[in-house]
Design a binder for this molecule. Structure first.
Ligand code: PHE
Length: 336
């Protein structure tokens, strides 16, 4: 009897493999589980089994029945699921299954656009550390000890001489220390400043630094590069304006504005009725910086610029609160 049960089990497994559609599964069910099926016939033999073996054999028979029932059911539902739907069974008014694919974060999207524009102009991407020495954040960039930005209230210090970089200009120094001109690189990354968080300030934000060093780089190259950037980022009709400014590491220095992308220069709330929006700081590399990295005096000139990615994204997409970038609110993120 025991052998018989084992044989039937094997036989059933083979039959099951061959039963590939609803009809053959139904035939299988009748063959094994029907009133005159194989298992029913076996059950009828149970009274003839020796008394002491009866409970064990009975139990095995029941297990076999359950196993066969379960496996047929599973096979039936699989066949049902895979069966092609008949055309008249499809309700085309039902909403489709919606897959939420995830999106690129608006800051990443903006950064990718900025990177692509400069890559198309021949710039390479470089990166540097976020934890820095004072030399890279200040000294080499001609920012003297008395400069207010070196105060612990204006920079996150980890310990003496170790700080969270407050701008990506640090990476200019790291590249020039390692490489001789020609250099043409952009340097994206996070920067940190101990500002109170509000709609336009964050203790952490992103910058993209730019640097070009060679013999004979001129201010007109700076204007050319940034004009192309502004037009590609904000539209062909965008104008740029270079206002005299000051940075210790560039001379001369400029703040660069673009014609307001909302009102096209007529004056509106976004541009405080000036028609212009400030987008970045720039200038010609100060010879003192070349001296700090050990370049021979008078041999090279260079251009440099630095922009805030959040600011560019806010202008481009009309976002009025920087905190939205960091709150991970899907209602905001899904719009991009
Ligand atoms: N590092 C400057 C800032 O954070 C921006 C800048 C970069 C200005 C390069 C000029 C040249 O404000």
């Amino acid at each position: 009897m025991k052998n018989e049960i084992q044989n039937i089990k094997k036989l059933f497994e083979e039959d099951l493999i061959n039963a590939k559609d609803a009809a053959s599964l139904e035939a299988l069910r009748v063959k094994y589980l029907g009133r005159k099926g194989i298992i029913a016939v076996l059950m009828q033999k149970l009274p003839g089994v020796a008394k002491e073996l009866k409970p064990k054999v009975g139990k095995e028979l029941n297990l076999l029945k359950k196993d066969v029932e379960g496996k047929i059911k599973i096979a039936q539902s699989t066949v049902l699921k895979n069966a092609p739907q008949k055309a008249d069974n499809i309700d085309i008014t039902l909403p489709g299954t919606w897959k939420d694919g995830g999106k690129i974060h608006p800051l990443t999207k903006t950064l990718n656009e900025v990177n692509d524009i400069f890559i198309s102009l021949g710039f390479k991407i470089a990166e540097g550390p976020e934890i820095e020495r004072e030399f890279y954040n200040f000294e080499a960039l001609n920012i003297p000890l008395e400069h207010p930005s070196r105060d612990a209230f204006d920079t996150f210090y980890i310990k003496e001489d170790v700080l969270l970089r407050s701008h990506t200009s640090t990476v200019q120094i790291r590249i020039m220390e390692k490489t001789n001109p020609p250099i043409q690189a952009i340097m994206p990354g996070r920067v940190y400043r101990p500002d109170a968080v509000d709609a336009s300030h964050s203790f952490m934000f992103h910058q993209v630094e730019g640097l070009m060093v060679d013999k004979g780089i001129k201010f007109s190259d700076l204007k050319g590069v940034l004009n192309i950037f502004a037009k590609q980022m904000f539209g062909e009709k965008t104008k740029t304006r270079f206002r005299p400014s000051f940075f210790p590491f560039t001379e001369p220095s400029a703040e660069v504005d673009v014609s307001c992308i909302i009102c096209k220069g007529k004056g509106c709330r976004v541009c405080s009725h000036t028609g212009w929006l400030e987008i970045l700081g720039a200038g010609m590399v100060n010879p003192k910086v070349f001296e700090a990295v050990g370049y021979p005096a008078g041999k090279y000139t260079g251009l440099a610029f630095g922009m805030g990615v959040e600011r560019i994204a806010m202008l481009k997409y009309g976002i009025d609160d920087i905190r939205l970038f960091f709150e991970n609110d899907l209602r905001f993120l899904k719009q991009f």
